[in-house]
Design a protein around this ligand. Sequence first.
Ligand SMILES: CC(C)(COP(=O)(O)OP(=O)(O)OC[C@H]1O[C@@H](n2cnc3c(N)ncnc32)[C@H](O)[C@@H]1OP(=O)(O)O)[C@@H](O)C(=O)NCCC(=O)NCCS
Length: 179
Amino acid sequence: MILGNDIRLRALEREDLPRCVAWLNDPEVTAGLQIPTPLSLIQEEAWFERILKHPVEEQPLAIEVLLNDTWTHIGIIGFDTINWQSRVAEVGIFIGEKTFWNQGWGTRAMRLMLKHAFNTLNLNRVKLFVYESNPRAIQSYKKAGFVEEGRMRQERFINGKFVDAVFMGILRSEWQDAD
Ligand SMILES: CC(C)(COP(=O)(O)OP(=O)(O)OC[C@H]1O[C@@H](n2cnc3c(N)ncnc32)[C@H](O)[C@@H]1OP(=O)(O)O)[C@@H](O)C(=O)NCCC(=O)NCCS
């Protein structure tokens, strides 16, 4: 368990998968992700089986927030690939419960993940990419300390338009523990 203030990151369980499938079939949620087609529970279970074989540090984590004395699962965060020689990780996040958007939870989950990266895993750099059509995500990443490092022009076709992929990163030397 990675504990913050009223927010925690725990291991994803098989019982979480139906909830994740519902989230990942919502076009508003998937617009910023790389999941353009409907997803079945069986496909999600197959993904879960594959990911269980990955190193523990690369396992997806459930984001839970404490509201009225109850922990509520609102999304997923995880390091996709970690290069231990260069100490670089790529991070991904989504909050599937849309009623929780724009309340700072995404930024706080990311800050907690950065604390885990720099304080526990001893990484030196965390990176991500985000589509330019996702200003909420970009603003949230900036608040967590990421800066834009480059772009791939017209990398993805979303809602009838080609959009740039924006590359962002944060170094350990730039990171300020804020949660
Ligand atoms: C991206 C995501 C993780 C951000 O989490 P969140 O909890 O909604 O974000 P936060 O509330 O921490 O921050 C959002 C910021 O964006 C701002 N924002 C929202 N909509 C915006 C818009 N259209 N243009 C510019 N800024 C916007 C908010 O005002 C807030 O900034 P502020 O605190 O300075 O006012 C979440 O919205 C999400 O999971 N979305 C769907 C999946 C997704 O896109 N994942 C990311 C893939 S790269």
